[in-house]
Ligand binder design. Sequence first.
Ligand code: PRX
Length: 674
Amino acid sequence: MSDQSPTTEQTLSNLLKEDRRFEPPAELAANANLTAEAYERAASDREGFWAEQAQRLTWTEPWTQVLDWSDPPFAKWFVGGKLNAAYNCVDRHVEAGRGDKVALHFVGEPVDDTRDITYAELQSLVSQAANALTDLGVDAGDRVAIYMPMIPEAVVAMLACARLGAPHTVVFGGFSADALASRLEDCQAKVVVTADGGYRRGSASALKPAVDEAREKAAAQGHDVEKVLVVRRTGQDLGEGGWDDAVDVWWHDVVDSASTEHTPEAFDAEHPLYVMYTSGTTGKPKGILHTTGGYLTGSAYTHWAVFDLKPETDVYWCTADIGWVTGHSYIVYGPLANGVTQVLYEGTPDSPERGRWWDIIEKYGVTLFYTAPTAIRSFMKQGREIPDQRDLSTLRILGSVGEPINPEAYVWYREVIGGGKTPVVDTWWQTETGSIMISPLPGVTHGKPGSAMIPIPGVSADVVTEEGVSVGNGAGGYLVLTEPWPSMLRTIWGDDERFKETYWSKYSEQGWYFAGDGAKLDDDGDLWVLGRVDDVMNVSGHRLSTTEIESALVSHPAVAEAAVVGAKDEDTGQAVCAFVILRESAASQADDDGEGDDIVKSLRLHVRKEIGPIATPRQIMIVPELPKTRSGKIMRRLLRDVAEHREVGDVTTLADSSVMELISAGVSSGKGED
Ligand code: PRX
């Protein structure tokens, strides 16, 4: 954790002052799904406990072995079992007589654009989409990319793929054509499901042109996408050449007319369910592979336990986008496997005005709400008057995910949104873990603002030193998961070696999974996640790789070299700060014309185009040199000091220690700041 120490120490000193405690409300505790006894039961027979959780699902063929861990780190859960994920999320609820229950309260961003979809309707829609995809040539095992706004068809497309055993890879609609292209190519997607566009901040925002561009780029790399299935959402003009009859197919032409009957096939528990790309420290994004039985068990169990789900009465809402793992586990698979009624919202929190989210909670009587600290902080900034004007009294549990929630935001969330009575569950997990690993249980554990508390029953975690020794209470170290769990990633798509190296090599002797996060145990043994120990940033709950942004910057003709760091940011948790060395020609021209500002602007636009708006640097500093070790490794720790306006730390390992003076001097004179 040495590379992270300035941030870590600062966080630690803030955390240490925290002594507020919130007990579970009595009524919730009395009716809680899980009680304290579950921790012991799970610890004494972990596999037995998970086998019990797997019974939440409907299996076509029972498994013969809970866990095969004979070839670590390649796990097989529920060996020999067969099931269909879509059947579990949809059909079985209809068969159980709950077909009329609302599955999705869809809320489009345009006001009054709403649509309720029952489980029976969802079954028809998923069956139609599965039939249409089959007609487009999709077979079990084929990959399908989904690049869509938050509309019901996105959920339907995911479930249709699951129904066919065709692993989906959902690419966040905010990602650029380049990002989409690299994912299409990496997983060799046969078909793309998209929409003409979606509504963002009051206007129609196009998606289809990015698919066209990505398809071209993938083709240039030798991968041809066969078909593109397009939902008409906004009706916007697709532009000249925006439709290719040989490839493009309208959803309403082929799905709406398809049969509503479709018999789901049962797949092996280890059949691939989806690939979700996530940033790594080096090289291209990693395609995290999740499989069917274990993943569905993990997401259904955690959704039920952590939100104390009462499927008959709860109305649930998770504000994540389906382009992130949270949308997979806690909009699609967990909640639907549990047969809950949920809200699906297309747009931004402040469109058409700042109270939009609270209006939705009031209108649908939302009881369980799951969002990210970055959103909470932005609401805090707007003030409590806005939520105070709405009736939020139906809320009974509030969840937080994606980054550490600072204690002030936690308390505000609990007080203002939760009326001072609603427990907050701070849930720690990752794309790789598939489902929540560390979180309070709202009816059992008390809450401590800023702490994710303890591993949920069935999960084993520890905080250890570099050598793998438990740090014990009151100390910090590396967060590890010490036992396999059903929803664990199975590999990195197409790269078993990278999978082993990235997650299992640091503690290979012990056979532990290293999560890449630093954490601290307080004096009570409760866990505080401190953030990434590597060079990945967390911006608004989205994990971004420094390397990817650096590569984007360097691909600009004016840039010679770039280093990117995440600096603390009040609103987004971390913000992207870039240090850039210009090519000589560009630098002298900028000096001559006094056009440094223009270059900064064009670099920001460039990153936006290459990766997407989320990766746009908050700040770009033009510097003469970058701090490097003798072996040429950029010392980002020192750059973080500059970006966070701290005194620069130890520079003794720098090849040239005067470099930092040059950088600091340039920055403090304001040169090159955006
Ligand atoms: O650093 C941790 C942070 O987000 C990372 C995982 O990011 P991703 O795979 O994109 O998944 C986000 C949604 C689960 C983790 O390694 N993180 C996530 N949840 C928390 C968190 N950090 C602190 N507290 C959390 N509750």
